[in-house]
Design a protein around this ligand. Structure first.
Ligand code: UDP
Ligand code: MG
Length: 329
């Protein structure tokens, strides 16, 4: 796969830009979102498409998107057969996008559509991946702390370098989008895979706005699961950590044995050891359980991968040319 030629990138008569918008129960904001994304794309010039992925919404999203697709040939819609989650929706959108550059953003107006223009400019200047770095967050203190901790831990354990504070919002060159679509990872952390594929990447600071309605569609539990996905799919450090733990416990065990033998043989001192024994036994019991739990995390992922169910099912496609549309893998 060759990168899109620079000459094509700047030739707005030929190139095409796609924007992918995963949406779950965002009916209230879809019209405004469309208007703002559309005007940013007009500012960039050239051909474009806006791919909405309706992730099994239970509100009026489906009707609104159908109406938008009816009014504008540039709007395309994928309606999932049920809710498959944010990451699956992003994956589907990127797989169905046909632009020379593919922009992924949230549908809740936290990602500012105006940044699209800056992304496209960086792409025209030769970068293959342009991602937003969130330099200000409008979330509460606890969430902010957890996010910072997450990015630190991920960067420490991951073998791929992960940019700090970068989410899904960003642009992929056609070459990058195609490579990412071909990855067979079942359990996905989009920003991690985007780093992993490489090419010329750059982060630019973008202010992260407030959600239009203050009710996150991804729950805390969902974020926690995504954090686990990121860590377990980009690192085997949690597993190898158990070699370190095993070494430390073996040393402790040998030390205690030597200590006990010394007193038994040379000082005749009886060691009253019930409490310490119990503590040590329960500590190592807990560490064993933790080890099994971590093994379980990898086993779940292997199982999911082997079972190879598709990550999403598209119930209906709107405004897509059916001959070129891929099926979910
Ligand atoms: N989303 C989705 N499927 C889901 C949950 C969320 O497509 O199951 C979409 C949602 O509509 C939004 C984006 O994913 O466009 C991010 O969701 P949210 O704002 O809840 O995440 P946060 O910004 O809190 O990380
Ligand atoms: Mg949001």
């Amino acid at each position: 796969m060759t990168r899109t030629e620079l000459a094509l990138r700047t030739n707005s008569n030929q190139r095409k830009i796609s924007v992918v918008l995963p949406a779950y129960n965002e009916a209230d904001v879809l019209d405004e979102l469309h208007e703002r994304v559309d005007s940013a794309l007009k500012q960039c010039g050239g051909r474009y498409e806006i791919v909405f992925v309706n992730d099994g919404s239970s509100d009026d999203s489906e009707q609104i998107l159908d109406r938008l697709a009816n009014q504008h040939g540039t709007v395309k819609g994928l309606h999932f057969s049920r809710n498959f989650g944010h990451q699956a929706a992003v994956e589907a959108g990127v797989a169905h996008a046909s632009g020379d550059a593919v922009i992924v953003m949230d549908s809740d107006l936290q990602d500012d559509p105006a940044a699209i223009v800056d992304f496209v400019q960086k792409w025209e200047s030769g970068y293959d991946v342009v991602y937003a770095i969130r330099h200000s967050r409008k979330e509460n203190v606890v969430k902010r702390f957890l996010f910072t901790a997450f990015y630190r831990v991920l960067n420490t354990v991951s073998s791929t370098k992960m940019p700090m504070d970068a989410g899904n919002f960003g642009l992929l060159d056609r070459a990058v989008a195609s490579e990412m679509t071909q990855l067979r990872d079942r359990d996905r952390y989009f920003p991690g895979l985007r780093s992993w594929v490489g090419f010329r990447q750059i982060g630019i600071p973008v202010e992260r706005g407030r959600r239009h309605d203050d009710t996150p569609r991804v729950s805390m539990m969902g974020l926690f699961r995504l954090a686990k996905t990121a860590i377990f799919s980009f690192s085997s450090v949690p597993l190898s950590m158990f070699y370190v733990i095993a070494t430390v416990s073996l040393m402790t065990c040998l030390g205690v044995t030597a200590f006990t033998l010394y007193h038994k043989l040379f000082t005749g001192l009886a060691i009253p050891g019930w409490a310490s024994l119990t503590i040590v036994a329960s500590l190592f019991g807990a560490l064993n359980a933790l080890g099994i739990g971590i093994l379980g995390e990898y086993a779940i992922r292997i199982y999911d991968q082997v079972r190879a169910r598709p990550p999403y099912i598209v119930g209906r496609r709107v405004n897509f040319d059916s001959s070129i549309v891929p099926n979910s893998r």
